[in-house]
Design a protein around this ligand. Sequence first.
Ligand code: C2E
Ligand code: CA
Ligand code: CA
Ligand code: CA
Length: 278
Amino acid sequence: RSKAKGRGRVTQFDPGLLARRARHHLERRLREAVREARLTLAYQPLAGVLSGRIVGAEALARWDDEELGPVSPVEFITVAEETGLIVDLGRWVLRTACFEAASWPSGGGGDRLKVSVNVSALQIAQPSFFREVLQALTDSGLPASCLCLELTETAVIGDMRSTAQLLREIRDLGVSIALDDFGTGFSSLTMLRDLPADLVKIDKSFVDKVTDETSADSVLTRLVVSTAHSLGMRVVAEGVETAEQAGLLGSMGCDVLQGWLIAKPQPDLAGWLHSRAG
Ligand code: C2E
Ligand code: CA
Ligand code: CA
Ligand code: CA
């Protein structure tokens, strides 16, 4: 009798059930937010190593829900990827980033700034993806040379050959391709060899260790820079927080830096550029 007590009762504490309910709720709110275009974009500036000039910015999705408050992108992007919502979310990000970037002022040297957009595996697997990229450029009036698509290793892990072909067609438009979070997957060298890319983004986990000159990460960073350069690609270091890291990455030959040392992601990039210039 005592064994049965409490077993089937609704009041019994079940952390698994609570977590599933919370997640389900988050998913429902996210679906609504995407449908009603209630997400926003923050833009994190990228700076040339030698000139210190801002050369572009990465679009990062932000969600401040009325009920849930601000939700971390790591959390809602994961949910979006697991539920397929990332296709609609990603389409909105691509179009919004193109429209917003079309009205950015030019950078320090008078050159136009590039906008980088993260693209996920499911998104790139849509047969309509190429057409959507072209449409976003046409509708916004953003020159193709001002758009960069960032792909992670997992995004292309599927069929390398057809992905490479798609990327070639996108590059033929004048759009550039960056290999994101480079070095964190299992097939980095294969990707470097087989995918047509313009840029390699060294992951923050390597940048964190770069000041420890004897660390394997520091050795690997040097290797990635020289390999990328010999293949004609430029190198971006992400998550740069200190001047010491920036100095070392510069001496290793990195071309572009991104991180809190330069700026955190900005809700108003034009305003930030303006206050920086003035
Ligand atoms: P990511 O593409 O690697 O973006 C860089 C992340 O590092 C951003 O986090 C950025 O805020 C953070 N970060 C930049 N500099 C520093 C630094 O100096 N120190 C530290 N500690 N962090 C830094 P965020 O905005 O939370 O985004 C997390 C991830 O969510 C992104 O990682 C990206 O994978 C994903 N994500 C964000 N927006 C989108 C999107 O529109 N589409 C897709 N598919 N994924 C997105
Ligand atoms: Ca990225
Ligand atoms: Ca990254
Ligand atoms: Ca990263």
